[in-house]
Design a protein around this ligand. Sequence first.
Ligand code: ATP
Length: 335
Amino acid sequence: MTAIPAVSLAEVSRVFGPVTALAGIDLEIRPGEFFAMLGPSGSGKTTCLRLVAGFEQPSTGRIAIFGEDVTGRPPHRRPVNTVFQDYALFPHLDVLDNVAYPLMIRKVPKAARHAAAEAALERVRLAGYGRRRPGQLSGGQRQRVALARAIVAEPKVLLLDEPLGALDLKLREDMQEELKGLQRALGITFVFVTHDQSEALSMADRIAVFGAGRIEQVGTPEEVYQRPRNRFVADFVGSSNVLPPDFVENLVGRRRWASLRPEAVRLAPEAAADFQLAGRLVSRSYLGATVRLGIELGNGLALHALRPAGEVPPSGERLTIAFAPDALHLMEEGT
Ligand code: ATP
């Protein structure tokens, strides 16, 4: 028997006037998963999160949370909570009352809700900050207050809308680890929206890649990165070389689009079976430990290779690139 999904969407669509924000979404999120909704701006991921939260209602389809149909129910009658990108803290309330707010709405007595709020603050490593106002905190601390408030009423599913979007890069990286740690400790299902590929890849157990109102692929970070289903996923997730069907046909005899990760492109063959192609080095960007090389193959095709910084030949040089046949990933569809 398979477990009941934490969240399931069946043929869900959402139309705003002439705009189809989501079209026929089917999705199951598993209990305890750290799940990412990834996609470019306007692809419908925020709408999808808001449908699960109950801030929007679907035009068609059903939404269930742990097997219970919640379609049509308002947000406060769903076992979920949402952390908004701007945190939406009340500036006139201190941190403790901000965190205790969801329990106040539910008429939990003051002593009990303050005890729960203290415990939630401890979870996010903000014990002792209860008497401050949000304006007296750093961005990262405000983010943690928002998290504490979201977990205080023990939701079954926590929804996070670009949770780290307002933080600078260093803090973002720290918070990525902290969020993962919090999710593991709480054991509840986290669903987060992001347009940042590296954030989705590093944090999520599984990722749904959204494009223009549809889900293009659902899979683990390895699956969507190594085996993208189509050109959209290959282009959006990571930095693949996308190779056209006629080129691929010459190599492997099959007329399909294919992706080739730049780190799989080498500057010399390593095995007899490797494909070898003549090219010319036309660009290079140093990335620190690695260098990204632009290589023209002569037939109008260009590839990128990612090589260790020590390995780089001079620009303009003719060279032979090589890659293992299994580095070439044939995609299911061409669109
Ligand atoms: P972003 O990363 O920019 O937030 P997104 O992938 O989350 O993008 P959505 O916000 O879900 O995308 O929007 C999907 C589409 O639906 C867009 O074309 C958007 O303009 C439209 N849309 C979303 N909400 C509304 C609304 N309330 N009224 C009208 N159109 C809307």
